[in-house]
Ligand binder design. Structure first.
Ligand SMILES: O=C1O[C@H](COP(=O)(O)O)[C@@H](O)[C@H](O)[C@H]1O
Length: 250
């Protein structure tokens, strides 16, 4: 399905539209199958989801039905300043009544390889016990929503331009030990898992990301070697949320 590209005149307008979109999807998913599985990126994403912490959303969303997963994670203790879990917890999860048992951080004290394998096995168990849906097309877990951020270099999750992991076809979760953006050890969802999602929101704000947005969405988007972000192509819907900074070179 062709992506929907939503351009907003400010970061504030982007944040408001994103909150509406997430609240609407939450209500629809819970009505359809009793839960809302959400995959979070790290980085600046939580600034743009901040409106969910305000009325009307904070009261109207059925947070008890949310299931939280991590698109990528830095292999550091969960209370380390570089941890995406800590970022999510401090900026978002600690402020909403999502049951702790519905939040799925990585396991601590494992190597990157072990942490990736353990997370993949946990996802497979959640599919086996019907906590998560499966894509009938790919056989991978099918999340209701992935909130995907993008770095200024066009990376998504921890899938970077010059890493072979971006071509992974079998694994659900993989690892790297040499991330160009610190810290080096990370685990990450692979593209087949990412692209099995029902909905993906690509949330990109700020002028420092405008060049990558231009490569991904500009008139020469089909030329050459694609950026990781250009491999985001879900079997469900893809919606770009872009502010005026991110679209300033389009
Ligand atoms: O390292 C990471 O970077 C990307 C982009 O982060 P941002 O700070 O530029 O928004 C993020 O989506 C990913 O989860 C994170 O681990």
């Amino acid at each position: 399905m062709a992506p929907k590209v939503l351009r907003f005149p400010s970061e504030e307008a982007t944040a408001i539209a994103l909150a509406n979109y997430i609240a609407d999807l939450s209500a629809k998913s819970i009505a359809a199958h009793g839960s809302f599985s959400v995959v979070l990126s790290g980085g600046t994403l939580f600034d743009t989801t901040r409106k969910l912490l305000e009325p009307p959303y904070i009261k109207s969303i059925d947070w008890s039905k949310w299931l939280i997963f991590f698109l990528d994670e830095r292999v550091v203790p969960l209370d380390h300043p570089d941890s995406n879990y800590k970022l999510a917890y401090d900026g978002f999860l600690s402020k909403v009544p999502i049951p702790k048992s519905n939040i799925y951080p990585i396991k601590e004290n494992l190597s990157p390889e072990e942490a990736a394998e353990e997370y993949e096995q946990r996802l497979k168990q959640l599919v086996a016990n019907n906590t998560l849906k499966t894509s009938p097309t790919t056989g991978f877990a099918k999340f209701d929503l992935m909130l995907v951020g993008m770095g200024p270099d066009g990376h998504v999750a921890s899938l970077f331009c010059w890493h072979f992991q971006r071509f992974e076809k079998q694994k659900w979760v993989t690892f790297i030990t040499d991330s160009p953006k610190p810290p080096p050890p990370r685990i990450t969802f692979t593209f087949p898992l990412i692209n099995s999602a029902s909905e993906i929101a690509l949330v990109v704000v700020g002028e420092e990301k405008a060049d990558a947005v231009k490569v991904a969405l500009g008139e020469h988007a089909s030329y050459g070697y694609p950026l990781p972000v250009q491999k985001v192509s879900p079997e469900g819907n893809l919606t770009w949320f872009l502010d005026n900074g991110a679209t300033s070179r389009l």
